[in-house]
Design a protein around this ligand. Structure first.
Ligand SMILES: NC(=O)C1=CN([C@@H]2O[C@H](COP(=O)(O)OP(=O)(O)OC[C@H]3O[C@@H](n4cnc5c(N)ncnc54)[C@H](O)[C@@H]3O)[C@@H](O)[C@H]2O)C=CC1
Ligand SMILES: O=C(CO)COP(=O)(O)O
Length: 332
């Protein structure tokens, strides 16, 4: 049986906002952490100031060391891969070349690969065949984790014992990790909630008010559930932290980059202006999510509307008018 004791050293790949936050969480859980960044400037900044540029204001403890060498992660017992979804394949291919086989690879990406329609653990399995894929997702802003504010997330792997051991190894009082053997459910929740957060932002940006937001979130969650169940996700997972929990957070707060992106679109900004250089994963996931749903005959009008707006095929008001004009139906 795998136990938390086996995970003395954790590698974190990607020193962005979330990678840095998870490095901090792992250190607070008592692990040694090797934090990999692709650029030497980030490594130098961490070495010199103990602060990672993407998560300002939070000092990293000495148990976190930064490196720009993927090979240095050979000392890690498990790897958290914290790069955006569309970079996951390339990064995992690099890990496959750099590290011996057999390690858990826990993705924290919240998206679907655009070119293939693959979920995060599927990308990891393909690009790094020697790894054991897992997924961590749930309501957790990097800045909140950085400040030590409490939250809870889910870590899932096909092997329930492994998921439990990893969850125990990475948990601390303010960062509670529940375990699950339903990685598909966890990764679908994380991917779809970003598209719904954009939709919620658009509704608020248009000035439609809180009732509209709540109605949109409920109907959006029905889409998430339909899509998840059609792809083999368990209903309990979709109703849990990584599904409903993250939908609630991301659709309610302008701290969410996806919500903020939608808000700017609703206020009349163009797609390029609205992103403002910040990562909004849902902007990349919307089209592939809508495409996958259509291919299986799953009704996802809100995801389709977001995809059409981002692709430039529909104006914001036109898309929302289209949603409001849909025929009334049974609430399923
Ligand atoms: N920031 C947050 O509060 C949360 C983020 N996430 C997820 O974590 C993932 C990463 O997000 P953030 O850390 O916020 O983004 P970020 O933009 O702050 O950082 C992304 C990091 O990935 C690195 N990166 C990107 N492409 C790369 C490549 N091809 N090779 C090597 N490194 C590469 C960048 O250098 C950067 O350090 C996303 O899927 C996001 O949805 C999940 C929960 C919360
Ligand atoms: O996933 C997140 C919170 O759980 C972060 O949301 P954003 O990527 O929209 O900022």
């Amino acid at each position: 049986m795998t136990s938390a004791r086996h995970f003395g050293t954790i590698g974190v790949v990607g020193a962005g906002a979330y990678g840095t936050a998870l490095a901090l969480a792992a250190a607070r859980a008592g692990r040694n952490v090797l934090l990999w960044a692709r650029d030497g400037a980030t490594v130098a900044a961490i070495d010199e100031t103990r602060i990672a540029p993407r998560l300002p204001g939070v000092a990293l403890p000495e148990s976190v060391s930064a490196t720009a060498e993927l090979g240095a992660l050979a000392a890690a017992d498990a790897i958290l891969v914290t790069v955006p979804t569309q970079s996951l394949r390339q990064v995992c291919e690099g890990l496959a070349r750099a590290l011996p086989a057999g390690r858990p690879a826990i993705s924290a990406a919240k998206g679907i690969e655009q070119t293939t329609g693959l979920f995060a653990t599927q990308v990891v399995a393909q690009a790094w065949p020697g790894s054991v894929p897992a997924i961590l997702s749930g309501p957790s802003f990097a800045a909140d984790i950085g400040r030590g504010l409490p939250t809870a997330v889910t870590l899932a792997a096909d092997d329930a014992e492994l998921a439990q051991a990893l969850a125990e190894a990475l948990s601390s009082p303010a960062f509670r990790i529940y375990h699950s053997a339903d990685p598909r459910g966890v990764e679908i929740g994380g991917a779809a909630k970003n598209v719904l957060a954009i939709a919620a932002g658009i509704a608020i940006g248009l000035g439609y008010g809180e009732s509209a937001r709540a109605a949109l979130v409920a109907r959006g969650f029905a889409e998430l559930r339909r899509f998840g169940e059609a792809h083999g996700a368990q209903g309990e997972t979709l109703m849990g932290l990584s599904g409903l929990g993250d939908v609630v957070l991301s659709c309610a707060s302008a701290q969410s980059r996806n919500f903020a992106f939608g808000l700017a679109l609703g206020q009349g900004r163009s797609v390029a202006e609205a992103s403002g250089g910040a990562l909004a994963e849902g902007a990349f996931t919307a089209s592939v999510l809508a495409r996958m749903a259509k291919a299986r005959g799953i009704e996802m009008p809100i995801a389709e509307a977001v995809a059409a707006i981002i692709a430039g095929g529909s104006g914001v008001r036109e898309a929302v008018t289209g949603l409001l004009a849909r025929p009334l139906r049974a609430e399923l």
